[in-house]
Design a protein around this ligand. Structure first.
Ligand code: ZN
Ligand code: ZN
Length: 194
């Protein structure tokens, strides 16, 4: 039975195959994207990531606009349950400590209101997500003037995403040029035969 190369889930039908190696399979386009993103991220030199992270640290908080030099990454974990279905969501937010804590408190409140209402996963996920929210409440090493490890990791992923976009755009232009060249060749051909 095939398994997803990223999350390890068993692929019953369908799935996505890697373009450069069709024997590598993924349960979804999401998993394929995540893995390619990690590959690109690993290739970015640490010095570039550090320089970028230090620059990000000096920026204003994207949520409140204050410049405090205490930007960090906060994972915001929520869960929504309804009878048989349970949605669990985690997103990474770059912000100052105050905004990070506020978002985490709001997420805990949300979990408490909307998390419980399915069995058996609702209560299990609710407790788990609330724990995750409490765990990172203080930021990784907030208060220092150097970017935290988590901030560097997040910056690395964002750089990788940018590079992938640029790569996609470049290959789109490439395909367009190829199509254009092919079109021109065809026209030359028809002129010759006429
Ligand atoms: Zn997967
Ligand atoms: Zn803020």
């Amino acid at each position: 039975m095939a398994t997803c190369a990223y999350c390890g889930v068993t692929i019953l039908f369908g799935g996505v195959r890697a373009t450069d190696d069709p024997s590598v399979r993924f349960c979804s386009a999401y998993c394929y994207d995540e893995l390619t993103l990690e590959f690109i991220a690993q290739e970015i030199p640490t010095e570039i990531v550090q320089a970028e992270a230090e620059w990000v640290l000096q920026k204003a908080c994207p949520s409140c606009g204050r410049v405090d030099g205490d930007l960090d990454v906060y994972s915001i974990n929520t869960v929504t349950s309804m009878l048989m279905v349970t949605w669990r969501k985690t997103r990474q937010q770059i912000s100052c400590q105050r905004c990070g804590q506020r978002a985490k408190k709001w997420a805990i409140f949300r979990c408490l209101c909307l998390g419980w209402w399915s069995l058996p996963l609702g209560p299990i996920f609710t407790v788990g997500q609330i724990r995750e929210n409490i765990a990172g409440m203080q930021g990784s090493d907030a208060g220092t003037s150097t970017p935290s490890r988590a901030l560097q990791d997040q910056v690395r992923l964002e750089l990788a995403a940018e590079m992938r976009l640029m790569h996609l755009a470049a290959s789109e232009v490439g395909h367009f040029r190829e199509a254009e060249d092919a079109g021109a060749a065809k026209m030359d051909g028809s002129v010759d035969s006429a």
